[in-house]
Design a protein around this ligand. Structure first.
Ligand code: SAH
Ligand code: SF4
Length: 348
């Protein structure tokens, strides 16, 4: 059966028209779906029961069940959800003391196969998430932020399981609904999509009506190292990726975030910092350094604190804005894909 909570405003208009109902019903239903996040037609109390019945004959709500919630000592909360085909995905409410962000998954597993990533190692690739599955994560996180922290969820990062630009159409539709004031009403300045560097997808991303912020996982200071840890570099070479980033048209007030996961002994030395600095010259960017978060699936090492600081200092001295991403939720398998990976590993 078709899913009601995957429909855009225009699609819902068409459905309501095809039922010969008045057009304002479409707006009411849209509001119930994406503003109030109801989970059944019966909850749409201002919709006549005849219309609710018609809808229920053709449409159902996306199955989405919270099965586990883990709270970290730093206050971050990881949610594990079960989907209709018994697969699991995760989302995280990250709290760094003064702001709360939701970290959202876009696929079950990932096809990119980055060597350091738990999603790739333990889950492989299963399928794309639907629009409803992407939005349901946000709905649960938003409700939980209010219940648990008494705060509005204003920031979203698409940095959970999966490669968002490999599920571009669903991502695009979900973003439209997230940005719509009649639906979720997020600001385009407060949403960030992170990609491993799919050049075609990046071009499509900037061709969207309202592009949100883009983060690109560079991770390797040169083609040789990058292709060893991120096989997608064979298809989209680092040089071409950087050229693309130099040439895309970005909103005046935005900058691209370049992410760099520091892997001990692989890409974390001073000479790597120099190479990286040279590489990204000319990209309107800020840099996020991330210490590798170890997992049972990986033989990579966390970098020494000294190397992290040395890397950062070199970039600062070369006038690059650089942040070290705080390790949030480490005691609850904070990094991308790890909880769902463990869940699968445990054979559940
Ligand atoms: N697929 C997208 C978004 C999900 S991964 C991407 O690769 O950008 C989000 C970020 O987590 C990426 O920057 C990735 O390089 C990083 N990451 C993955 N595994 C990690 C680990 N074990 N420790 C630290 N960062 C990790
Ligand atoms: Fe996929 Fe991102 Fe993990 Fe690479 S780091 S395997 S792109 S989720």
């Amino acid at each position: 059966m078709k899913k009601i909570d995957c429909l855009s405003a225009l699609e819902l208009d068409d459905v309501i028209k095809s039922f010969n109902e008045q057009s304002f019903r479409s707006k009411q239903i849209y509001n119930w779906l994406y503003h109030n996040n109801v989970t059944s037609f019966d909850m749409m109390t201002n919709i006549p029961s005849s219309l609710r019945e018609k809808l229920a004959k053709e449409y159902q709500f996306t199955y989405f069940e919270e099965v586990k919630r883990l709270t970290s000592s730093d206050g971050s909360i990881k949610f594990l959800f079960k989907l209709e085909d018994n697969q699991h995905i995760e989302s995280v409410l990250l709290s760094d003391g003064n702001r709360i962000s939701g970290c959202i998954s876009t696929q079950i597993g990932c096809r990119m196969g980055c060597k350091f990533c738990a999603t790739a190692a333990a889950v492989g690739f299963k399928r794309n998430l639907t629009v409803g599955e992407i939005l349901n994560q946000v709905a649960v996180l938003r409700k939980s932020a209010e219940e648990l922290f008494d705060e509005k969820l204003l920031n979203l990062v698409f940095m959970g399981m999966g490669e968002p630009l490999d599920n571009f159409e669903n991502l695009k539709k979900a973003l439209e609904i997230l940005l719509d004031d009649n639906a979720f009403g997020f600001s385009h300045r407060k949403i960030t999509v992170s990609t491993s560097g799919l050049i075609d997808g990046i071009k499509d991303f900037f061709a969207m009506e309202t592009p949100v912020n883009l983060a690109v996982s560079i991770n390797g200071p040169n083609q040789h190292i990058r292709q060893e840890i991120m096989p997608i570099s064979y298809k989209y070479p680092l040089k071409d990726l950087i050229n693309t980033l130099k040439n895309v048209e970005i909103d005046k007030r935005k900058r691209i975030t370049l992410e760099y996961v520091l892997l001990g002994g692989i890409n974390d030395s001073l000479s790597h910092a120099k190479e990286f600095c040279q590489l990204i010259k000319g990209v309107k960017a800020k840099v996020n350094l991330i210490s590798f978060n170890g997992s049972p699936f990986s033989t990579f090492k966390t970098p020494s604190e000294e190397n992290v600081l040395q890397f950062q200092e070199y970039l600062i001295n070369n006038n690059i804005t650089v942040f070290i991403r705080k390790k949030l939720g480490q005691d609850i398998s904070g990094a991308c894909g790890q909880l769902a990976a463990e869940y699968k590993g445990a054979g559940r």
